[in-house]
Ligand binder design. Sequence first.
Ligand code: AMP
Ligand code: GLY
Length: 425
Amino acid sequence: MNVLILGGGGREHALALKVKESPQCNKLFISPGNGGTPNYAENVSLTTNEDLLEFCKKEEITLVIVGPEKYLVDGTVDFLRSGGVTVFGPGKDSANIEADKLFAKELMVNNNVPTGIYKEFTTTSSKEDIYLYLKKQRYPIVIKANGLAAGKGVAICRNIYDALDAVLLNFDQKAFGEASNKILVEEFLTGEEASLFVVSDGEDYLCLPTAQDHKRIGNNDTGKNTGGMGAYAPAFVVSDELLKIIEDKIVKPTLLGLKQLGTPFIGCLFCGLILTKDGPKVIEFNARFGDPETQVVVNVIEGDFLELLYSAAKGKINKNAISYNGGVSVCIVTASNGYPDDYETNFEISGLDRIDDSIAKVYHAGTVLKEGKLLTNGGRVLGVTSFVKEKNFDEAVKLAYKAVSKISYDNIYYRTDIGKRALNL
Ligand code: AMP
Ligand code: GLY
């Protein structure tokens, strides 16, 4: 098969490496890719839908695998599909499960999927109604911009003053553009979080091993939310019994609900879960693989990952294509100091040649090759990912940090507590 992966982050680098392992993989392209992907795939730069379709025809692309949500919500997937291309990723309508939080909430309510209680407000809601509602709440509460906000649209409000600030940020300052036109005021849920990737062909599905993300910038989950500063897999906090409940109460009704709306979900349904004392609940859905969860999940599966994605995209998922390999994986994201706010780039990265696969794999994210030099080029720079064959997180954490210690570039920043929760559970 000739495969084209869309995106250029750590997630896409990890997908590329895993797909390349498949005996069915012939040519592998990635658009735009990053400074690390040329080792396994050919970087191409395709910016318009027309360019993408023409490229798929010219290179006889068997499968397009979509990384970031932008290609889902801007109609690229629908465009390529209507042009006869096989795509792993949902069309715009079913991707609304990520892009429109109210759509996701209504879908959950209509299908009895457990999630936090919420109330919607819009820019036309009366200020007084909003105030009275916020005054009645028990704090903390969560206020979310309805649309896509690059992971920044969620405010945990400790009191009514925080809540009023969050309302102003959305409705007056339009902090997240159109995404701010509607907000959800949501019940604050407590419990361990877990990420579950569900690969679906529109009807049937396969759950991949679970993972846990580390969203905050600082140690002990402090500071601002980020795209993700590290991850580990599997998240053993999700036992087999719990997974069965999650499948029955969350995965099956959600996929069925989308199918009944006439928009079956083909791709990776990412269930962001919180394990409350009343059972697992959905915090959010994404319509794609997560980053950095993908970096660890691909390391704990064996088999033909390309076959899994291709069979799902073709409408008949081969659930025997992959299985859990019995091991554990830990990914530490090294970032540029200042991220998730302003940061500098263009610093030379060194030390990667001192890390071999027996210690860790290094997935690139914000890197670029310029005149033979590898330079930083983004907020999240590398995803340093260890794998241990046994269920030994202690060892996996040690290996990942050993690899990180060999890397240097100016303004490097990383958390020093990634995987700690796995050790303590
Ligand atoms: P999201 O961008 O929706 O994944 O939210 C970012 C983070 O905010 C989540 O990983 C949670 O830690 C937190 N969060 C979102 N919704 C809730 C909620 N209802 N209760 C508690 N924490 C939440
Ligand atoms: N790591 C969370 C996400 O990809 O949205």
